[in-house]
Design a protein around this ligand. Structure first.
Ligand SMILES: C[S@@+](CC[C@H](N)C(=O)[O-])C[C@H]1O[C@@H](n2cnc3c(N)ncnc32)[C@H](O)[C@@H]1O
Length: 286
C-alpha cells in the first residue's frame, strides 16, 4: 500500500478512524462507502481496522469496481448506487455511511441522502468528505502552483492516464506556469463548468451539488431542516489529491512527494499561512 493512490488518503483516514475510535463501538462496525472509485480508501480502512469493521464499498463505475477487487479481498466491492440497493434489506443496517468525495456527484441528492438515512441504524453516522472550493485564496493557490511548477521542472509530472479530451486540455493548461496568476489559474481549471465536464463521464449524472445544497439536504433528512445538526470538520489537507489527479509520478519519489506535501500543507494550515481545502460533514441519525 505504498502507491501515491493510497498515501493521498492518509489525512482523511486519520480523521475518519479517529472519529470511529471516539465512538467506542463494541460490535463489528458495519460500514458503507458510497462512490469508492478505484477503492483505495476502503482497502486502507480495512487494513487498519481489520475484523473490527465490515465494509461494503459501492460505485456505479463497473470499470472502477473491477480494479477494486484487487485491492482488498475482505472488502465487498459492488458496482451500484445507494438508490439501487434494496431499501428493505438494508433498512437500519449500517453504523456508518461514508461518501468519499462523492456526495456532490450523487444525483438526485435528496433521494440519495434520504436513502442513506434509511440505511443507518439509530445513532449511526453519515460522513461526507469533500473538497471546499471556497478555501482557495491567493496564498493557498500560490502554495499549490509553486510546488506543481517545481515538480514539473523536475519531470515528476506525467500525462495522466485519463483519455477524456476535456481533461487533457485542462491538464495542459494546468501545468503551464504561464497560464496566469495563481487564483485565476486555479479558477480557470477548477471552475464549476470545467469540473462538470471533467467528471461527466458515464454514470456520474450531470448535476454536481454545491456545499450549500449538500448541507440543506443533510439538514432536511437528519434534522427536519435544522442546519445546526450538520457538523463540519474543516482544515484537512486535501491538495495532495490534486497532485495525484494531475499526474504526479507513482514512484518512490512521488510517494515521498505526497508525504512531504501533506506535512507541508498541515503545518501551513496550522500556522494560518494557507486554508485547509478539505472539509468533512457529519450528521447522526436520531
Ligand atoms: C471524485 S471521485 C472519488 C473517488 C474515491 N472515493 C476517492 O476518494 O478517490 C467521485 C466518485 O463518485 C462516483 N459516483 C458518481 N455518481 C455516483 C452515485 N450516484 N452514487 C455513487 N457514486 C457515484 C464516481 O463514479 C466516482 O468514482
Amino acid at each position: 500500500m505504498n502507491s501515491i493512490r493510497y498515501i493521498q488518503h492518509k489525512p482523511f483516514l486519520a480523521y475518519f478512524t479517529g472519529l470511529l475510535e471516539s465512538r467506542d463501538y463494541t460490535n463489528e462496525i458495519k460500514a458503507l462507502e458510497v462512490g469508492c472509485g478505484p477503492g483505495h480508501f476502503s482497502a486502507l480502512l480495512k487494513d487498519q481496522l481489520k475484523d473490527r469493521i465490515d465494509i461494503t464499498a459501492i460505485d456505479p463505475s463497473q470499470e472502477d469496481i473491477q480494479t477494486c477487487a484487487s485491492h482488498h479481498a475482505a472488502v465487498k466491492y459492488r458496482a451500484t448506487t445507494i438508490l439501487d440497493m434494496d431499501p428493505e434489506r438494508y433498512r437500519e443496517h449500517f453504523d456508518v455511511i461514508l461518501f468519499s468525495k462523492s456526495l456532490h456527484h450523487c444525483d438526485p441528492l435528496d433521494e440519495t441522502v434520504e436513502q442513506a438515512h434509511r440505511f443507518l441504524k439509530k445513532g449511526g453516522i453519515l460522513v461526507a468528505e469533500e473538497f471546499n472550493p471556497d478555501a482557495i485564496d491567493e496564498p493557498t493557490a500560490r502554495f499549490f502552483f509553486n510546488r506543481l511548477d517545481l515538480l514539473r521542472i523536475g519531470n515528476h509530472i506525467l500525462q495522466p492516464a485519463i483519455k477524456s479530451e476535456s481533461f487533457l486540455a485542462r491538464w495542459e493548461q494546468m501545468i503551464d506556469p504561464k497560464s496566469g496568476p495563481p487564483v485565476e489559474r486555479w479558477a480557470s481549471i477548477f471552475n464549476r463548468k470545467a469540473a462538470t465536464n471533467l467528471f461527466k463521464h458515464g454514470l456520474q449524472g450531470h448535476h454536481m451539488s454545491s456545499h450549500g445544497a449538500m448541507i440543506t439536504s443533510l439538514a432536511k433528512a437528519f434534522g427536519s431542516g435544522d442546519e445546526s445538526v450538520v457538523k463540519a470538520a474543516r482544515n484537512q489537507p486535501f491538495l495532495q489529491c490534486n497532485f495525484v489527479l494531475f499526474g504526479l509520478e507513482d514512484t518512490p519519489i512521488g510517494e515521498a512527494v505526497v508525504e512531504a506535501i501533506i506535512a507541508q500543507e498541515a503545518s501551513a494550515i496550522k500556522d494560518g499561512v494557507i486554508n485547509g481545502t478539505g472539509v468533512s460533514y457529519l450528521v447522526e441519525k436520531q
